[in-house]
Structures are given as C-alpha cells and as structure tokens.
Design a protein around this ligand. Structure first.
Ligand SMILES: Nc1ncnc2c1ncn2[C@@H]1O[C@H](COP(=O)(O)OP(=O)(O)OP(=O)(O)O)[C@@H](O)[C@H]1O
Length: 441
C-alpha cells in the first residue's frame, strides 16, 4: 500500500503554515428546475445556495469537523472539494493548485489524493463484485500495481490495515456477506489503498450499529496518525466530533457561522446556533432525559433564506439589526395561536389570512389582511406586541400603521454578519453579538 502518494507532489512536506487546502468565497448554488411554462414567460425559479461564501484553510494532518443540521451544506462542501459537484463560484486550492474549473479528466488522477468515505457502506460497493475485486479495480483505474499478483497483495495489505484480517477471509467475499462495520472497514481500505492524503468522511458511522461506531472512529484516528492523513469529518453528531476533531466548523444554510478549536467550541460556544446545538446533545445519562432545547422553528428553505443573519428567525438572542422582515410574522402569530382559545384563534387567523406581503422599498413591508379592514390586522399585531414585548422581532420594527388597505411596517436597516475573529481567541464567529453590525447598503 503506498503511504507516500506521488501525484502532484502529494505527501511532500508543505512549507510551515501553508494549508493543504485553501477554500475562498466558495459557492455551490443549485439552479431550481423551472417548468417550460415559467421559462416561456421569463420566470426564474431561483437557486438553492447549498454552499454560500465559504472560506476555510485546512492544515496538513488536522481533523476538521463540519457540523450542522440536515441541509446546512456539509456534504455539498465536501463533495465540491473532491470535484463531485461543480462550484458556481470561488476557489479551492489543493497544495496551491486550483481545483475549481478542472475538467473531469484532469481531476480524476487527483482523486487518488482526495478520497471520500460515504455514510452508507452498502451503497459504496457494486453488489456483484467481491470486495477485493472492487479495491483492485480502484488501484487498476489509478494505474497502481499493474501486475495482478501485486495488486492482490496490495488489496490484502489494505484489508488487514483496516482490521479485516486475515485478508484471505474477506478478499473474495461479496459486500452482502459482510456486516455493516466490516463493509465500512472495506470502504476505508479502498480509500487508503490509493495512498490519499485527505479523506472526506461523510457521516461514516451514522448508519452503523452503536457497538461498532467507536471502533470505526478509532480506526480512522489510528490511520490518521500512521499514514499522516488530513480529514474533513462531516457529522450531525457533536459527541463524536468532540472526540475526533481538532477544529470544528458549524454550518447553517450554506455558511460557516462559527469555527475554532474543538475544546474552545465546546467550552465556550459563541454563536447562538452553536449554543443551541450543544444544548440539544442528548445526555449520556438516560435518567436525566433528553434536552430538547433546539432553536425554534424549522431550518428555513435554502432557496429563500432569511435576510440579514440567516439564523435570526430562530435565534433567542436576535436583536434589531439581525434582519427582521414581515415574513417573520407568521411564526410569531402561530406561537400566539397555540396559547389562545379556539374561537379567538378562528377569528384572528381569518383576519391575518395568508399575510400577503409586498416590499415596496428596502426595510418597508405592506402586509394585507385576509379579511376585514387593515385596522383589524394592525390591532392584532399591536396586541401581540403588548403581549410579548420581549419577542426579538419587535426590536426590529421601527414603525407600524395603516397604509391604504394594508399594514405598513418599517424595519431597522439590516446587517449581514461576517465570519470574523473573536478577540483573544482562535475562534471566528458570524454574529452581531460579537462584532459591530454594518447595515446593508
Ligand atoms: N444536487 C442537488 N440539487 C439541488 N439541491 C441540492 C443538491 N444537493 C444538495 N442540494 C440542496 O442543498 C442544500 C444542502 O444540502 P447538503 O446535502 O449539502 O446538506 P447537509 O448538511 O450535508 O445535509 P445532510 O446532513 O442531510 O446530508 C439542501 O437544501 C439540499 O436540498
């Protein structure tokens, strides 16, 4: 098994302080499909900003955890790094070499150095090929070990290296004949057989039995030390990230919202989203129950993210400049309606209707009532403001009154937070609680 890859100087020591991977302003936006009718009338369906303006340096030999709820863009970022999805903007440099825009044929040999381990080991192998055959095939494709005999020996070495020993017991087995843990070991064997220096491990243990998860993580840890690997470890699971990672990047709606050394993130999380994620980690002691203190509401639609800070509608510490909009109102009213008698709910929800919103100018919204005059809707909103004056949305409302048949709302100019260092720490956070908000132009 080659431990020192020889493609594009991989494995050679990098100058001190030089990252192995440098990602700048990376975007991966997926165009939403339009139907032919909307194309005819010039309609645009917009895009999902799966990765949106990500900057990241990866030091050789480090384990960086990408953590966040489903849909935050973790897998897309990992896949973009390996050229498995095409970025729509920005740069990914591997050992100084730009990867964005490389043709598939130029990228292919580099994949020997940059390997991925996926979540589902069952889907990672062709079921009609033996495990040994699949690993040998990967070696053959990359032109390694041209002789059949030496290839089989390299496969056996890789299998034994991941704990599938003696290799003779496993090499001619079909994937279906292996347990989940054994299959994931075989996937890892295939990756390391190529002599990579960077492994993107995308939820590598989440589909495995609890009993084998720690063993697989232990194996990855051991391989990192023995083979000098660098990892990106993608997970929902903060407990495993704490065990395994040197640094953690917390992602939300395509952006990194906090990044720093693992211990600093766990000891003193700063972004309200990181705090909420950490509070939601189940306590290992079942008698103490499971914390369910997740941020309110759902993860918003990535094709139409909230203005300002994308986390603001769910954030308990949001304040005036965070990006309040009239479209945040339904969430407030829905909360109100969980606490009022049924006939009051029926009446008020008819007044509010679908809350049709127009935005004639930045920071201005006209909200149309569902039924009756705009005065009734204004009255409902004022009542709600008096009932719950501490609700963060109201900090962003500077004016509210009737304008024609609608309620006109004016909001504080919003500011988009940027990922910036927190003084005196190695942590960067993207939150107005830590840096002076700069209003949008
Ligand atoms: N090929 C695609 N076409 C369109 N949208 C996509 C595509 N791949 C991902 N997305 C969207 O991009 C966003 C980010 O998805 P991604 O899978 O990267 O998130 P994730 O954090 O890895 O989630 P999970 O933990 O569930 O895997 C989601 O809104 C997803 O629906």
């Amino acid at each position: 098994m080659p431990t020192k890859p020889d493609v594009t100087s991989a494995g050679a020591p990098l100058p001190a302080g030089e990252p192995i991977v440098a990602i700048r302003d990376l975007n991966v936006h997926f165009a939403l499909r339009t139907n032919s009718l909307s194309r005819l009338v010039g309609g645009s369906a917009g895009s999902v900003k799966a990765v949106d303006g990500v900057n990241l340096d990866l030091a050789p030999g480090e384990v960086l955890g990408l953590v966040g709820e489903s849909g935050s863009g973790k897998s897309t970022l990992g896949r973009a790094l390996l050229g498995l999805v095409r970025p729509t903007g920005g740069s990914i440099r591997y050992r100084g070499r730009e990867l964005v825009g490389l043709s598939e044929s130029t990228m292919r040999p580099l994949r020997r150095n940059l390997q991925m381990v996926f979540q589902d080991p069952g889907a990672s192998f062709n079921p009609s090929m033996t495990v040994g055959g699949a690993i040998a095939d990967a070696l053959r494709i990359h032109g390694l070990f041209p002789g059949k005999g030496e290839r089989r020996a390299a496969v056996a070495t890789a299998l034994e290296r991941v704990g599938l020993a003696p290799a003779g017991r496993f090499i001619d087995k079909y994937p279906a004949e292996l347990s989940g843990g054994q299959k994931q070991r075989a996937v890892i064997a295939r990756a390391i057989a190529l002599g990579p220096e960077l492994l993107v491990a995308d939820e590598p243990i989440s589909m495995l039995d609890m009993s084998v998860r720690a063993k697989i993580l232990g194996l990855l840890d051991e391989l990192k030390r023995d083979l000098g690997l660098t990892y990106i470890y993608i997970t929902h699971d903060l407990a495993s990230a704490r065990f395994f990672c040197d640094r953690i990047a917390i992602m939300y709606l395509g952006k990194i919202v906090e990044i720093g050394p693992t211990e600093q993130i766990f000891e003193e999380p700063r972004h309200p989203y990181t705090k909420a994620l950490l509070r939601a980690v189940p306590d290992p002691d079942p008698s103490r129950g499971v914390a369910r203190d997740l941020p309110r509401g759902e993860v918003p639609d990535a094709s139409d993210p909230p203005a300002g800070c994308p986390f603001h509608p769910r954030c308990s510490q949001a304040f005036a400049p965070c990006g309040w909009q009239a479209r945040d109102l339904p969430m407030i009213l829905e909360q109100r309606w969980t606490e009022v008698p049924p006939d009051q709910y029926a009446d008020e929800s008819a007044i509010a209707g679908d809350l049709t919103i127009e935005e004639p100018a930045p920071q201005v919204a006209l909200v149309k009532p569902g039924r009756g005059p705009a005065e009734d809707l204004l009255d409902l909103l004022e009542q709600e403001r008096r009932r719950d004056p501490d609700e963060p949305l109201w900090t962003g409302v500077v004016g509210m009154g009737v304008d024609g048949g609608a309620v006109r709302m004016e909001f504080v100019p919003r500011a988009v937070p940027r990922l910036l260092p927190v003084a005196g720490t190695s942590v960067e956070v993207s939150c107005h609680l830590y840096h002076e908000p700069v209003p949008e132009q």
